[in-house]
Design a protein around this ligand. Structure first.
Ligand SMILES: Cc1cc2nc3c(=O)[nH]c(=O)nc-3n(C[C@H](O)[C@H](O)[C@H](O)COP(=O)(O)O)c2cc1C
Length: 231
């Protein structure tokens, strides 16, 4: 009887110890939510600075504004493109035309209108399939995207991709550019809160961009700085 009582006690203690041990084991945690796959970004941009024949001269004559970035002179749109590339790990792609642009603004305007204008593009063909997001940069020309950007949109099928417009301008309206991009790429999603900035705001560009990009990725309301205008 004493033995069986002891045995019962041992059993009970073993069971309690086992229960306590089990209770002290770390609970199996929920597997972490899958990290969203990092979008692969292309930063394609057109800037007159890259496409005018005589850069130093073109600056004064054509209103292509210039910024010095990492010791290199670049157009304003090229500068914003570089910052976006750095901030998003995106790959830069300057849109270049076969023919160089004239050196004065009036001639550029005429040239842009004349060819109605789909200038032939220079450079290696781009494999757009590699990218999920295309940041598309351009200066406003006569309230529209330059013809070379139309050439780019007509050359490459961006269906299924997200297009994020950004542009430089001096004044006036920028609204119609989203519609033009959407019409050229009907199967792409064109983000309606692009980035717009004036040449004189270049010193603040990085700060404006970081606020804008943060809003873009968290899908929160876009706070508007003086460098950002919603379309
Ligand atoms: C041919 C031409 C037309 C332009 N038309 C406009 C315009 O309609 N509205 C505007 O705000 N700026 C206009 N601009 C100014 C450019 O948008 C501005 O200078 C831009 O920052 C130039 O960028 P980039 O230096 O990268 O080429 C025009 C400039 C050129 C050369």
């Amino acid at each position: 009887m004493q033995k069986s009582w002891k045995a019962a006690c041992v059993l009970l203690i073993t069971a309690l110890a086992g229960f306590a041990f089990a209770a002290c084991q770390p609970q199996e945690t929920e597997p972490p939510a899958a990290q969203p796959e990092q979008d692969r970004a292309l930063v394609a941009y057109f800037s007159l600075w890259d496409n005018a024949g005589q850069p130093g001269y073109a600056d004064a004559q054509t209103s292509a504004s210039v910024v010095v970035h990492n010791g290199q002179s670049v157009g304003t749109t090229g500068y914003i493109a570089r910052l976006i590339g750095e901030m998003t790990d995106g790959e830069l792609y300057p849109i270049r035309t076969e023919q160089t642009y004239p050196a004065d603004r009036q001639s550029v305007e005429i040239y842009n209108r004349q060819s109605s204008a789909r200038p032939a593009l220079a450079g290696e063909p781009l494999d757009v399939e590699t990218y999920d997001v295309v940041y598309l940069g351009y200066p406003i020309w006569n309230d529209q995207i330059p013809g070379a950007v139309y050439s780019f949109l007509e050359r490459y099928d961006l269906s299924g991709k997200t297009i994020v417009p950004f542009c430089t301008y001096e004044e006036g309206t920028t609204d119609s550019t989203y519609a033009a991009i959407a019409a050229a790429e009907p199967e792409a999603e064109v983000i309606q809160s692009g980035f717009f900035i004036l040449p004189e705001e270049m010193p603040e560009a990085r700060a404006y961009l970081s606020v804008w990009l943060e809003g873009l990725y968290t899908l929160e309301a876009q706070p508007l700085g003086s460098g950002q205008v919603q379309g």
